[in-house]
Ligand binder design. Sequence first.
Ligand SMILES: [Zn+2]
Length: 248
Amino acid sequence: MGWVDTHCHLQLDGRPPLELIERASNVDWLVVPGVDATSSQAAIDLATRNPGRVMATAGLHPHDAARWPQEEDKIVALAGQASAIGETGLDFYRNLSPRPEQEKAFAAHIDLACRFDLPLVVHCRDAFETTFAMLEEAAMGESAVLHCWTGGPRWTRRFLELGCTFSFAGPVAFETGDTVRGGAALVPPDRALVETDTPYLAPPPHRGEPNEPAWVALVGAALGKVWGLEGDEVARRTAANAARVFRR
Ligand SMILES: [Zn+2]
C-alpha cells in the first residue's frame, strides 16, 4: 500500500532529490513545497521531470515574509504551473519576519489561491487565532491544508469546523507529542494527511537525522495508533484524501 508524503522539501536538501524519491519505494507520490521563488521554481522543475510522482507548490515561507515585495511578481508568475499555493502562513513562535509583514504576505497568498483556484498550504505556529480569522474571513477553510499540524483539541475543533484538512508530521510520533495526539484524535480519518516535512522533524527512531519521504510510514503508524487503525488503513485513507485535496 502506497503512502503520499504531502510535504517534503526535497529541493532544500543537499542530497540529490532523485535518490530520496528512489529510496521511497513505499511512497506513491509526494508534494514538494516551495519556500521562495527559487525553491518554488526548483519544485516545479522536479515535478515536470517526474510527472505522476512529484507535485509542486509555489509560495514564500512566513519566515521570509519580509521579502514579499521582492518575491511577489516571481511567485505570481509561477502560480499557474503549481498544484498548490504555499508554503505560506504565520509563525509567531520564531517571528523571523515582523508580524504585520507575515500577515500581508499570507493575505496575498490567500488571494492567489483564490484567483488560481488552488489549495493553500498553511504553516501555523503559535498563530492559531490570526490564521483562523484570516482563513475564515476569506472563506478559504476548505482549500486550506494545515501543514505539520500541532494544535491541541481546542484549536483542532475550531479548524475542523472551518473545513480545513490536517497534515500530520513527525511531532505526532514524538515522545513529547501528547498535545498533537490530543488534537489528532479528534480529526476524522477523511480529513487527515501525512507528511515528513523533509529534511526536518524526522520521526523516531531517526530523530536528529535528516528526514526523508520513506519515513512517512512512521508518521502514519503513529497516527494509526492514535486512531486505533493499522498502518495500511492509514495509508489508504490519507492517500485518498491527498488525491482529493491536491486534485489528482
Ligand atoms: Zn515546510
